[in-house]
Design a protein around this ligand. Structure first.
Ligand SMILES: NC(=O)c1ccc[n+]([C@@H]2O[C@H](COP(=O)([O-])OP(=O)(O)OC[C@H]3O[C@@H](n4cnc5c(N)ncnc54)[C@H](O)[C@@H]3O)[C@@H](O)[C@H]2O)c1
Ligand SMILES: O=C(O)C(=O)C[C@@H](O)[C@H](O)[C@H](O)COP(=O)(O)O
Ligand SMILES: [Zn+2]
Length: 364
């Protein structure tokens, strides 16, 4: 088992990554201070439930925990006010109190949604992230929890840290190939923003990674989480440097929002967004020629898109970009890369350059 520590001013917690961890959940929860009399409330989605709900529920019950659960439909549509409100109702009905503990069993959708429930139920109760997708190496760490509004992604949310992240890598064996590939977008992001040697390692080991060799997947998750931990521990609430974790997301979120979350997974949208950001980086930093080609090559190796499948209107994407959380009254802010493996938060990006980048990734 690998272990990383997230050290923050208010609280610290560990990320445990390994095989067979869900089977050890009762012991791991007790090691984290959860007591048998503390009611557990597990939140998952209908696809994750098929594989993991019953074994997890049974092992916790047989170990003497009281556990209730809720299963929401899979997909981004569940990061909604309606699902959030219905979950709060279920917690009340189950008799959850301030000592209760939420278990978020699933990918980033469940982590963000269940985390937001935990952050707000009775003004905040404990929760654990139990990630089951590759992409959730990112979403389970760092405490960004949120639901969406029709006009903006993650627009209602909080910075609210889990008590622990328990990442059973065996769960990645049941993930569809599309969702596995989607997770590599954020893995690649962590290399591109921070660690050039990790980018090289991803190029070298792409076959083992796509064949789901557990040793290589564990290594990739640990290295990507290490980047996230390094950034979040410097700037928990995104006053500055944390915004680098948004590389590719300015355009990526616009693609997701403009298509109402129906066409691209989060990872696929971010993949296209990183190509747009790489191209803008090359225009502004002559030192970084070739970044777009290299980024595109790496993403393509991992089965990720580098362009829109069907053109989206440039003006609609621009409208969405104006609502990006990094956007200020002084203009557009992008995360750009002066050299591979490093990025800078760059303000005052001219609209003309953004429009050119959008056309470059297939906007019309
Ligand atoms: N909070 C953050 O810092 C952060 C970071 C990155 C992404 N996110 C958010 O995460 C979300 C995307 O997360 P995701 O890509 O994990 O999507 P997801 O949670 O929708 O999971 C993808 C699909 O895989 C299925 N699935 C999950 N685990 C499975 C398993 N082990 N076996 C079989 N099927 C499984 C799910 O049912 C779902 O259909 C987006 O909403 C994004 O905004 C948040
Ligand atoms: O942890 C962060 O900070 C990130 O930006 C990670 C992103 O991968 C993630 O998609 C996050 O939810 C985006 O946050 P937002 O503040 O742009 O909604
Ligand atoms: Zn993301």
């Amino acid at each position: 088992m690998r272990k990383l520590e997230v050290s923050l001013p208010e609280q610290s917690y560990s990320i445990l990554i390994g095989s067979g961890l869900l089977a050890k959940l009762p012991d791991l929860l007790e090691m984290h201070g959860v007591q048998k009399q503390d009611r557990l409330f597990l939140i998952t989605d209908d696809q994750v439930a098929i594989h993991y709900l019953e074994p997890v529920r049974r092992s916790l019950s047989e170990s003497g925990f009281s556990i209730n659960f809720a299963v929401v439909p899979h997909g981004e549509q569940s990061k909604s006010v309606a699902t959030y409100e219905s979950l709060i109702g279920k917690l009340i009905e189950a008799g959850c109190n301030r000592k209760s503990v939420i278990l978020a069993l699933g990918g980033g959708v469940i982590g963000d949604l269940a985390g937001f429930v935990a952050a707000t139920y009775m003004r905040g109760i404990r929760f654990f992230q139990l990630p089951t997708t590759l992409l959730a190496h990112d979403s389970s760490v760092g405490g960004k929890v949120a639901i969406n509004h029709a006009l903006g992604k993650n627009i209602m949310g909080a910075f609210y840290q889990p008590k622990g992240v328990i990442y059973d890598v065996d769960t990645l064996q049941t993930l569809s190939m599309r969702e596995l590939q989607s997770g590599f977008a954020e893995v690649i992001k962590h290399g591109l923003i921070w660690d050039r040697s990790f980018v090289d390692w991803l190029f070298e080991n792409k076959d083992e990674l796509l064949q789901r060799n557990p040793l290589y997947l564990t290594e990739a998750i640990e290295r990507a989480c290490a980047v996230k931990v390094a950034v979040v521990s410097q700037d928990e609430t995104e006053q500055g440097i944390r915004a680098i974790l948004n590389y590719g997301h300015t355009i990526g979120h616009a693609i997701e929002g403009t298509t109402s979350y129906t066409t691209y997974t989060h990872g696929e949208a971010i993949s296209i967004g990183m190509v747009g950001s790489a191209w803008m980086s090359e225009q502004l930093h002559s030192s970084n020629q070739g970044l777009t080609e290299m980024t595109g090559e790496l993403l393509t190796h991992f089965g990720l898109p580098t362009k829109l499948h069907t053109p989206l209107p440039e003006d609609e994407l621009m409208n969405y970009l104006r609502r990006d959380k990094k956007h200020t009254s002084t203009g557009f802010t992008f995360v750009l890369s002066p050299t591979c493996g490093q990025v800078r938060i760059t303000e005052h990006i001219p609209e003309g350059l953004i429009r050119q980048a959008l056309r470059r990734i297939g906007a019309c």
